[in-house]
Design a protein around this ligand. Structure first.
Ligand SMILES: Nc1ncnc2c1ncn2[C@@H]1O[C@H](COP(=O)(O)OP(=O)(O)OP(=O)(O)O)[C@@H](O)[C@H]1O
Ligand SMILES: [Mg+2]
Length: 440
């Protein structure tokens, strides 16, 4: 019987690697070998791996971190751990990190065979049982981090629209991940093999927009020496992502409306129209209603675009996702810049959780990237930009007067000194007389 599944073996001990390879090849599996986590990551990226077998104790990045990484990015791939030190807590830890099972050294070929078969079996069972849980937890969108209820609404809609060609409008502040959502819709759906063409409408000068979007025929204008396709023709069968749709010229808007209504477009200068079969996803961070009132955006087009609407929440509305996102970016940039995985101190994480993130996920990503470059080991408060440290976390609307704040603070200090005014005055660095006046 030919299996030919791809198994990735990770161990810093070459002898163990060879042994595993010999055994598994004799069982007709195809093997890849890596002597470090870093090498393993490259192989995972470039090849399709059906099963990961990894050691835990390794110099540099250890196997536990590899497991966590693989669990996040390849949740459906079964993972088998080989460990030299069997202990209950260790076993629990590897299972929690995403291992399907573990095998203790030394093992016989027969034990290995059983463990591999069991891992494949559990891997496929996991796949089935996970399908019924919410979309975001089953790793359908491994690039999209977020388990909060607010973000769950986004992934739920993606799930519903990915296999049809309904037009989608994605709304959200800058840096919330609108493009990521558009890509997730395309690449997780059944048209994923067709092209995904992303166009930033704001980056194309208005006078070129029409010909860039719809193409042109030879002789349409000076310089048009040949027939050229536009983005619409290039996206045929797939998805056209129109980013910053609010900046599309009125000429493009009217042609776009027709494309959505009639499913046809015409090249600039052409008399004939051509059929297009594409899904349009548009995104905006501006208020299109306002643009409509100012006659800069066609209302009829707006209704055509909003067949399905997705509101990507700002990061401050899904703060519970911050630790997950931080973890993701630490893994990503730690390996890229420092060749290893860094940690973050609880204090630093606390500051990240408190900040309101006006630049959303992109801002958080930049902050972590910078902190990793600055840090030598654990990311700490000192590695974070100053503006984060002096942030006071007020709910947007609830500003209070200085007088009120003072009153409350004085009360707090007095409670702390159990009513002792001398001590309180000392802490507040004012004299007793001033304190007495304030208390009045
Ligand atoms: N849920 C998420 N999980 C992981 N990374 C995310 C998530 N959301 C956004 N990001 C990351 O944040 C960055 C910004 O995302 P993206 O470019 O999609 O935002 P955008 O809404 O299109 O922003 P803009 O309005 O500025 O164009 C990207 O690097 C993206 O990978
Ligand atoms: Mg964008």
């Amino acid at each position: 019987m030919l299996h030919k599944e791809n198994i990735l073996l990770v161990d810093d001990d070459i002898d163990i690697l060879e042994l595993l390879q010999r055994h598994l090849q004799s069982m007709d599996y195809h093997t890849y070998k890596a002597v470090s986590v870093k090498e393993a990551l490259y192989i995972l990226k470039d090849s399709y791996i059906d099963l990961l077998i990894t050691d835990i104790q390794m110099p540099g990045v250890d196997g536990l971190e590899l497991l966590k990484f693989a669990d996040e990015h390849y949740p459906e791939m079964p993972k088998l751990v080989i460990t030299g030190y069997p202990s209950v807590s260790g076993a629990l830890e590897v299972i929690k990190a995403g291992a399907t099972d573990y095998l203790t050294k030394p093992f016989t070929k027969e034990e290995l065979r059983k463990a591999v078969l069991k891992a494949f079996e559990q891997g496929s069972r996991r796949k089935d049982s996970k399908k019924t849980i919410s979309a975001n937890q089953d790793g359908l969108y491994p690039d999209m981090v977020g388990k909060s209820e607010t973000y769950g609404k986004v992934t739920d809609i993606i799930e519903r629209v990915k296999d049809n060609k309904a037009t989608v409008l994605i709304k959200g502040e800058s840096g919330t991940g609108k493009e990521l959502v558009a890509r997730a819709i395309h690449y997780s759906g059944k048209f994923s093999r067709a092209p995904f063409i992303a166009v930033n409408c704001g980056a194309i000068p208005e006078n070129l927009q029409e010909s860039e979007f719809f193409g042109y025929v030879k002789g349409a204008f000076t310089g048009a020496n040949e027939n050229r396709d536009g983005f619409f023709q290039a996206a045929q069968g797939g998805t056209l992502f129109l980013d910053e749709i609010g900046t599309a010229s009125l000429a493009v808007q009217s042609k776009l409306l027709r494309a959505l209504q009639e499913k046809e477009v015409s090249k600039v200068g052409a008399r004939k129209t051509e059929k297009v079969d594409i899904r349009v996803i548009a995104a905006t961070n501006s208020n299109l209603q306002e643009e409509i009132e100012n006659k800069r955006f066609r209302e009829d087009l707006y209704y055509r675009l909003t067949v399905v609407e997705i509101d990507v929440p700002p990061l401050r509305k899904r703060k519970s996702d911050i630790p997950l996102l931080v973890g993701k970016f630490i893994r990503k940039y730690g390996i890229e810049y420092k060749d290893r995985l860094l940690r973050i101190s609880p204090d630093a994480l606390q500051i990240l959780k408190r900040y309101p993130w006006p630049g959303n996920v992109r801002e958080l990503e930049n902050v972590i990237q910078r902190a990793i470059i600055m840090s030598d080991g654990t990311i700490d408060v000192g590695d974070l930009p100053d503006k984060l440290k002096f942030q006071i976390d007020f709910p947007d609307s609830n500003f209070r007067s200085l007088h009120e704040m003072e009153k409350e603070y004085v009360q707090k200090v007095l409670n702390h000194t159990q009513g002792n005014k001398t001590k309180a005055a000392e802490i507040l660095q004012i004299d007793r007389k001033t304190l007495r006046e304030k208390l009045k």
